[in-house]
Design a binder for this molecule. Structure first.
Ligand code: NAI
Ligand code: MG
Length: 361
């Protein structure tokens, strides 16, 4: 049977960009003999409107069984005043948590045609292709104790940076595996100079390297120096491995090296399922963009490139992923631009579906 793909378009521009991805998925079925069993369901505000919850239990169960999940975006002003427990974002958080997606992959890739959009000089970013692997389910966003407490007559806000050996080793393995399929280099970033969790991180990453991946080149860097190096000479990196908090900052920094939010894909991977595929959720980095939703202005490329990541990391179709990424690259090189990819000089932007047409062509 065909591999299964659960599609959760979500809110705002989510369904608009996903419609273009659906056409591309159909193209692979028709032209490349690569068919998927695609099913669609609700998440976020759309699920709340239908069921009173941002992720129905049935949808959660389908996500657990799918070979991969592809999500558009969730949220919007309509839902801003909802109780925290049913906010659209909770649907996404539940997916990540229950699928135990501990490894967040954020590529920062700079297509030559867009190099002038970078916040850095063209020669620093053109051809850039790095991957940030961020631990996603532990660390200071989850560690206990946490909360706001009374202490000596004033309030104290507490978060705990906490990592176990197994949490570090599993995300390190994920980074080393990726590196073997890319430039064979991992740079691990923490603050072992001032943090206990950083010392453990460095020791455990080194252990995994020595015992399981001695063929991959490993280096270590303090995360603050890493941030500086990312902006100074990002092409020195291949895979960057880091924790949840530092990864949040470093991946947003790296993202801006490459230009528009409308270009950035991501993947979140968990442990292998019985069929050997990792549990996986693919999604663009951007949100539901309420300011342009419903107007056909959204750039579908981030979502298209997220599907390319699914081809590569869930379905072992690296050559087909390359084909899709090259189609995007050629489309941009030929001058196709949605509004977010246009400079102040202006011009007439393509609509979401016209960009889909251009990529398909
Ligand atoms: P956003 O990413 O939705 O939009 C930021 C800016 O980038 C806007 O000006 C938007 O028009 C533009 N933009 C984003 N994606 C684009 C695309 N594909 N093509 C063209 N322009 C694009 O972030 P914002 O405005 O902070 O959040 C809006 C809503 O999305 C909120 O409800 C927020 O909670 C939610 N959100 C959801 C995320 C998710 O589903 N993973 C991630 C980030 C925000
Ligand atoms: Mg962030």
């Amino acid at each position: 049977s065909n591999p299964s793909l659960l599609i959760l378009p979500g809110d705002g521009i989510g369904p608009e960009v996903m419609a273009e991805v659906r056409r591309i998925i159909d193209w692979f079925g028709a032209k490349r003999d690569l068919a998927f069993d695609v099913s669609e369901d609700l998440v976020g505000g759309a699920a709340y409107d239908a069921h009173g919850t941002p992720l129905h239990d049935d949808t959660m169960a389908r996500a657990q069984e799918a070979d991969a999940v592809l999500l558009g975006a969730v949220g919007g002003p309509k839902y801003d005043d909802l109780d925290f427990s049913v906010k659209p974002e909770r649907g996404l958080l539940r997916l990540r948590k229950e699928m135990d997606l501990f490894s967040n992959l954020r590529p920062a890739q700079c297509f030559d045609a867009l190099a002038d959009f970078s916040s850095l000089k063209r020669d620093v970013v053109s051809g850039l292709d790095i991957m940030i692997v961020r631990e996603l389910t532990s660390g200071s966003y989850f560690g206990e104790p946490r909360g706001i407490f009374e202490e000596n007559g004033e309030r104290v806000g507490i978060n705990t940076q906490r990592y176990t050996t197994s949490e570090i080793r599993r995300v390190a393995r994920s980074a080393f595996e990726l590196a073997r399929r890319r430039g064979n280099k991992v740079c691990s970033m923490e603050k072992a100079n001032v943090m206990e969790s950083g010392i453990l991180w460095r020791e455990e990453v080194t252990w995994v390297h020595q015992n399981e991946y001695p063929d991959v080149e490993l280096s270590h860097m303090y995360a603050d120096a890493g941030a500086m190096q990312l902006c100074r000479w990002p092409k020195q990196f291949d895979v960057i491995l880091t924790d949840n908090l530092f990864g949040d900052l470093l991946s947003d920094t790296a993202a801006m090296l490459t230009g528009s939010l409308g270009m950035l894909p991501s993947a979140s991977l968990g442990a292998p399922m019985e069929n050997g595929r990792p549990k996986a959720l693919y999604e663009p980095v951007h949100g539901s963009a309420p300011d342009i939703a419903g107007q056909g202005k959204a750039n579908p490329i981030a979502c298209v490139l997220s599907f390319a990541m699914a081809l590569r990391y869930s379905f072992d179709q690296g050559a087909e992923a390359d084909r899709l990424e090259q189609a995007v690259e050629r489309t941009l090189a030929a001058g196709a631009r949605t509004g977010d990819l246009m400079g102040p000089e202006g011009g007439t932007p393509l609509s979401t579906s016209e960009m889909g047409d251009a990529i398909l062509k």
